[in-house]
Ligand binder design. Structure first.
Ligand code: F0G
Length: 458
C-alpha cells in the first residue's frame, strides 16, 4: 500500500460536496461554453482548478481573525504582519495588497517603461499580463530540462544562466528595469529553483545593476524542496532557507493565497526607499492606505499566522508527500505527467496523452472537459488555450512547448480518498482516450483568454 505522510491535523469543520448527475453535468458544460471557469461551484465535485485562495485555514488563523484591528491607519494587525514579514523575508519595506496581481500591477506601474524587458525563469500569466499592459516585454529563460516531462532533474525551475547573460547583453541592461524569478515555477510544472541558481541569478542581475525581484507565491514549498534536494541544506530549517533566499533579492511580490494559506491577500516588498515612496503613492491611489492595502485588518492577521504555518516542516512533508502520491498513482495508470512531482499541483501532458488531437484543436481543453463530464472534476488547461498567440507581424500562431492540464491541490482540503477517486476517473478516460475530440474557439478576448473563451467540440 502506498501512502503519503498523514495529515498533521484533524477535521473540525466540514463543507459538504456532491457529485451531480451525468446529464446535469453535460448541460452545465454546454451552458458554460465548454469552459470550466463558467461552472458554478455546486456543479463541481472535486475542485482542482487552483490552489489559490482555496485552502483551509487553521483554528489559529480563524482565532487571529477575531482580534483583527480594523483601524484605517497603523492597525495592530499591520504591526503583527510586519514583524512576521521581518522574520521571514527581511525586506526593509512592504505593503499589503489584495492579491498577487495587485502587487505586480503596482510594481510595473512604478518601475517599467514601454519597450523595456523583464526576464524571469517563467512569468505566471498575471505577471506577463501586467508587464504587457504597461508596454513591457516579458521573457522566459528557464532551463531546457523544464520542457522535458520525463527528466527527473531536481530543480527544473532554474534559470538558464547562460541564456540570461546573453539576453542581458543582447537587449542591454539599461532596457531591463527589473529581473525576476518565480518560486516555485508555476507555469512550468510547479518545479523548484535551487539556492545555488538563485545566488547565481542574483549575482548576474546585480553585476548589471538590475534590481532582482522574486515572485514568492510558493516560497515555502520551494524552501522545503531545497531542504530535501540541495546538498548542504538538509539540516537547515525552512525558515533559515527562506531567509537566505530573500537575502539575495531587492524585493518580492507574493500572492498570500498560496503559501500563506489564506483566502485573499498578498504583498509587495522592497529594500529601496525611493522606490517604496512611489509604491505607497500608487497603492493609496489604487488599493488603499499603506497599512492595509485593500484588505481588512483581520485578513492581515490571517496572513501573519499562515505565513509561519506554511513553513512548518511537518505540514510541508505532508503537503509535498500528497502531491507526490497523486503523481505516482496517475503514473501507475500510464498517464503522462511532468516529473518529478512539483509542489502544488500535478501536470498532465495532454499533448502526449492525446496525440491524435493537434495543438490547434486544444488537447488540454479536451481532457479538462472530459474530466468534468466523467467525474465532476475541475482542472485547468495550461496549453494552447492559455498560451498560444498570433505573431504580431505574420498572424501565424505560436504554440507553447507543452499542452498541459494542471490538477492543483488546495492546501489542507482534500484527502487521499478524494485523490484516489480522481485517479480512477482518469483511468477510465485513458481506456477510451481515442474517442476524445478536439475543440474550436467560438469567442475569446485578446489577453488572458482562457478565463472567458467559449468553445465547441469538433
Ligand atoms: N504569481 C504566480 C506564480 C501565481 O501562481 C499567481 C496566481 C500569481 C502570481 C497571481 O496571484 O492570483 O493572487 O493575483 N496563481 C493562481 C493559480 C491564480 O491558479 O496558479 P493572484
Amino acid at each position: 500500500m502506498s501512502m503519503h505522510p498523514p495529515e498533521p491535523f484533524r477535521i473540525k469543520m466540514v463543507e459538504p460536496i456532491h457529485l451531480i448527475q451525468e446529464d446535469e453535468r453535460e448541460r452545465a458544460l454546454q451552458r458554460a461554453g465548454y469552459n470550466i471557469f463558467g461552472l458554478k461551484s455546486d456543479e463541481v465535485y472535486i475542485d482542482l482548478l487552483t490552489d489559490s485562495g482555496t485552502g483551509a485555514m487553521s483554528q489559529d488563523q480563524w482565532g487571529a481573525m477575531m482580534i483583527g484591528d480594523e483601524s484605517y491607519a497603523g492597525a495592530r494587525s499591520y504591526q503583527r504582519l510586519s514583524s512576521t514579514m521581518d522574520e521571514i523575508f527581511g525586506f526593509r519595506h512592504f505593503v499589503p495588497t489584495h492579491q498577487g496581481r495587485a502587487a505586480e500591477n503596482i510594481l510595473c506601474a512604478v518601475i517599467l517603461k514601454e519597450g523595456q524587458y523583464v526576464p524571469s525563469n517563467m512569468h505566471f500569466d498575471t505577471t506577463e499580463g501586467n508587464i504587457r499592459a504597461r508596454g513591457g516585454i516579458p521573457t522566459n529563460l528557464v532551463i531546457i530540462e523544464a520542457f522535458d516531462s520525463e527528466s527527473d532533474y531536481p530543480f527544473k525551475g532554474n534559470m538558464d544562466l547562460k541564456k540570461l547573460e546573453e539576453f542581458i547583453k543582447q537587449v542591454g541592461p539599461e532596457n531591463i528595469p527589473l529581473g525576476m524569478i518565480t518560486i516555485t515555477n508555476n507555469a512550468g510544472g510547479g518545479q523548484p529553483v535551487s539556492l545555488e541558481n538563485l545566488r547565481a541569478v542574483s549575482e548576474i542581475y546585480h553585476s548589471h545593476e538590475i534590481p532582482f525581484f522574486i515572485d514568492a507565491c510558493r516560497f515555502a514549498e520551494n524552501a522545503y524542496f531545497i531542504k530535501l534536494r540541495e546538498p548542504g541544506y538538509e539540516k537547515k530549517s525552512t525558515l533559515e532557507i527562506a531567509r537566505e533566499v530573500f537575502s539575495l533579492a531587492d524585493g518580492a511580490t507574493m500572492s498570500a493565497k498560496k503559501d500563506a494559506i489564506v483566502n485573499i491577500g498578498g504583498f509587495l516588498a522592497v529594500n529601496d526607499s525611493a522606490l517604496f515612496e512611489k509604491i505607497c503613492n500608487e497603492l493609496i491611489l489604487r488599493e488603499g492606505y499603506i497599512t492595509y492595502g485593500g484588505l481588512a485588518g483581520r485578513d492581515l492577521d490571517a496572513i501573519a499566522v499562515g505565513l509561519m504555518e506554511g513553513l512548518k516542516e511537518e505540514y510541508l512533508a505532508y503537503r509535498l508527500g500528497q502531491t507526490a502520491y497523486f503523481l505516482n498513482e496517475l503514473k501507475k495508470q500510464g498517464i503522462p505527467v511532468i516529473e518529478p512531482a512539483g509542489g502544488h499541483a500535478v501536470y498532465i501532458d495532454a499533448g502526449k496523452m492525446l496525440p491524435h488531437i493537434p495543438q490547434a484543436e486544444f488537447p488540454g481543453q479536451s481532457l479538462v472537459v472530459e474530466m468534468y463530464r466523467s467525474g465532476g472534476i475541475r482542472s485547468v488547461e495550461l496549453g494552447s488555450v492559455a498560451f498560444a498567440y498570433p505573431d504580431p507581424d505574420t498572424g501565424e500562431m505560436h504554440f507553447p512547448e507543452m499542452e498541459l492540464v494542471r490538477l492543483a491541490l488546495p492546501r489542507r482540503t482534500y484527502t487521499q480518498s478524494h485523490l484516489d477517486y480522481v485517479v480512477n476517473v482518469l483511468k477510465n478516460i485513458t481506456s477510451k482516450k481515442e474517442s476524445l475530440s478536439g475543440y474550436r474557439i467560438l469567442k475569446a478576448p485578446k489577453l488572458m483568454r482562457h478565463f472567458s473563451a467559449t468553445f465547441e467540440p469538433i
